[in-house]
Design a protein around this ligand. Structure first.
Ligand SMILES: Cc1cc2nc3c(=O)[nH]c(=O)nc-3n(C[C@H](O)[C@H](O)[C@H](O)COP(=O)(O)O)c2cc1C
Length: 252
């Protein structure tokens, strides 16, 4: 980051104008200038780590903590968001979120949506329950990401996913988890292997030295991606503006 090119506001406006003329697409100036403002703030970058386990400080938490420590080492602030033990309803398909950007059911999902815009990156972790994501994490992700379509608060921000299992089912769980960031335009963060840990208790996860190394590699890659995105923003490269959405259902 220290080597990234700092540009002046005048440079930025010149750049945006040149881009608009070059493409003939118009400025989209409000969004572009907002992004540009954040490049001038020198604020610390922040990652929100979502624990989809009912166990507040269990195995998933242990893996997320290893990621948080490595992110902190890279100068990135972290917070852990607990999906918690209380029941989380599935999506009732009412469609209210399309206009509100929030869910009709006021629970942890809305609490997450209220703060999500403050973070530059996300990690979504789940324990494996019956070779799949936990039930509450499935409901949480369905509703949070369906609501996020309206506000687009997470687009362009890197996301990582991790799974914790006793013995098997972690790759299917990761396949499930990965669907959400891909759908929302969030670049997926890679590691050196599938991002999973093994254990039934936190102390067992702490013995999974390969799993913990995979978590650290993932965190290093995430820090690198976030710094690249920030450096790009400072050089005038922004997340692309979307075309108006085309939705064709399979009835013609
Ligand atoms: C309802 C339930 C179903 C589970 N199903 C599986 C499973 O299919 N495969 C597996 O390896 N572990 C399974 N486990 C064990 C957990 O995935 C494992 O202990 C995990 O590391 C716990 O993470 P946590 O402490 O963050 O909750 C299951 C646990 C529960 C409570």
């Amino acid at each position: 980051m220290s080597e990234s090119k700092n540009i002046t506001r005048r440079d930025a406006i010149k750049y945006i104008g040149a881009t608009a003329i070059g493409t003939g697409l118009g400025l989209g100036s409000a969004a572009a200038l907002n992004n540009m403002n954040s490049a001038f703030t020198n604020r610390k970058m922040k990652v929100l780590l979502v624990n989809g386990s009912p166990n507040k400080e269990g195995c998933t938490f242990t893996a997320l903590s290893e990621i948080a420590t490595t992110l902190n080492f890279n100068g990135i602030e972290t917070e852990i968001f607990q999906v918690g033990k209380r029941p989380i309803s599935g999506c009732i398909a009412c469609g209210a979120c399309s206009s509100e950007g929030r869910c009709f059911i006021n629970d942890r999902v809305n609490e997450f949506l209220d703060i999500a815009g403050n973070y530059d990156g996300f990690v979504f972790g789940s324990p494996v329950h019956f070779a799949a994501m936990s039930g509450s994490m499935t409901s949480f992700m369905d509703r949070a990401f369906f609501c996020a379509r309206a506000s687009d608060i997470m687009a362009g921000r890197p996301a990582a996913t991790i799974a914790s299992c006793r013995r098997s089912g972690s790759t299917t769980t990761l396949d499930q988890l990965n669907k959400y960031p891909i759908h929302r335009g969030m670049p997926l963060v890679p590691s050196q292997y599938w991002p999973m840990v093994y254990g039934n208790r936190p102390e067992e996860v702490r013995q999974d030295s390969e799993g913990l190394q995979i978590m650290r590699t993932l965190a290093q890659n995430m820090a690198w991606m976030m710094q690249c995105i920030e450096a790009g923003r400072q050089a005038g490269i922004f997340y692309p503006e979307r075309e108006p959405r085309v939705a064709t259902n399979f009835i013609r």
